[in-house]
Design a protein around this ligand. Sequence first.
Ligand SMILES: NC(=O)C1=CN([C@@H]2O[C@H](COP(=O)(O)OP(=O)(O)OC[C@H]3O[C@@H](n4cnc5c(N)ncnc54)[C@H](O)[C@@H]3O)[C@@H](O)[C@H]2O)C=CC1
Ligand SMILES: O=C(O)/C=C/C=C(\O)C(=O)O
Length: 503
Amino acid sequence: MTVQPLHAPRPLGLSSARRDAAHFINGAFTQGTSGKYYDNICPVDGSRIGSVPEGGKAEIDAAVKAARAALDGPWGQMSLNERSVLLGKVAAEINRRFDEFLAAECLDTGKPASLASHIDIPRGAANFTMFTDVAKTVSTECFTTPTPDGAGAMNYGLRRPRGVIAVISPWNLPLLLMTWKVGPALALGNTVVVKPSEQTPLTATLLGEVMNSVGIPAGVYNVVHGFGGNSAGEFLTQHPGVNGITFTGSTRSGEALMREAARGVRPVSLELGGKNPALVFADADMDKAIEGVMRSAFANCGQVCLGTERIYVERPIFNEFVARLKQGAEGLRFGRPEDPGTNLGPLVSELHRKKVLSYYAKAVEEGATIITGGGVPDMPAELAAGAWVQPTIWTGLPDDAAVVNEEIFGPCCHIRPFDTEAEAIRLANSTPYGLAASVWTESLSRAHRVASKMEVGICWVNSWFLRDLRTAFGGAKASGIGREGGVHSLEFYTEITNVCVKL
Ligand SMILES: NC(=O)C1=CN([C@@H]2O[C@H](COP(=O)(O)OP(=O)(O)OC[C@H]3O[C@@H](n4cnc5c(N)ncnc54)[C@H](O)[C@@H]3O)[C@@H](O)[C@H]2O)C=CC1
Ligand SMILES: O=C(O)/C=C/C=C(\O)C(=O)O
């Protein structure tokens, strides 16, 4: 494990004025009326980035009312083509202000700029262009229906926006995951109230400036900051003016949110936790498998819901695989986000570090062999207050160990050997979760056979996080309800009215 040499960090390009978050309601930035604030802390070094206002019922009510008024006003009158032009401008403006978005995301999360500039910010922009294209090309159904008089009837579907959408988003890929919901919601004519994660308020705030500068009408995009339970998040999901709720985050919060959504029978789209397996067969291309599994276990410091925390390796290649993954993990470089050589940032917060370290301790109690890591790295004094943890690999745990069954959301994984394809499939599926899996094999028929048996929403073969935004994205079992992406987003963000015309 190496620690980045400390050079003077290049400025992250965010002016001090933008380090304090603000609500964005009805096209205006506001601190709200609750009078409550909390500090936004940078996980790289524990420094204070700025302040964040905590919204209460008044801010949520104002945001929902603004969203409703926009729906009833100019936004609701716009054609898909007009919305498409405006959302294209949003994407272009994010790209024009790329460095500011990058700086904001890196400050909030501590993630390497090399990662955020490759994934988070470009995807944040792309999420605004992709869904108008889908909406323009996907037709609704049409049936001709025989009637007793012989004249018949014609049925056709009309899509209408669902209304005011509550977007509750997490901290691990803040801009990417928030716009993954805001993009399609707006493309399809809805308006939104966003409650970003309390830990990553900056890019959602910055997006308010973009919305105003390209002429998105006031009230279409609203942001209220705050916490989840008994705070802005819960007040938003409870608000009777909200017509649908879309959420990415933990399964436990998803359950709470679903209870709120039951009032008024509001639809939910939930993308929740995972305990994702990788199956590595003896015929896999070892270099590709190591590269892919390295990313899936350690990218974003393991804080990706699609990440791999359980690795099953066919016995003949088990020792080699473990040795090579260990070598890879030990080659990762901690450092400040702006240092180009950094490929491992801190966890998002000290609180999350406590959770991850509690699993590191539990692994020892449960009898794991620590192949590498297992603790906190020695960091230079300037970074010592950051939320750093070592990338960690374990072997030797029983299948019922907590560490093998519960989502940790850190840079860690357990590796276990298997002997038969049937055993690998059984192990992969023996979890309440069902978000993602990856299968590594050079056998075409095995790849298709095993993929078809995975009880997950997304199965990659010989890859990981290879995303086509037109595909269905979401989780099976306790990993979620519903799918978003491409035409699937149309299902959640619109209501279909069937028109039946008697001829
Ligand atoms: N993408 C994913 O799958 C993510 C999974 N997680 C998992 O969740 C664990 C806990 O992390 P948290 O930050 O607490 O995630 P969380 O799921 O509690 O938070 C995600 C979002 O939901 C909001 N929220 C929480 N409770 C709510 C409620 N009752 N009503 C409305 N909104 C609510 C939060 O304010 C935040 O905006 C992590 O350790 C990780 O295992 C966390 C973040 C993302
Ligand atoms: O939409 C994507 O490509 C990425 C999704 C990642 C998550 O949902 C997550 O990490 O929570």
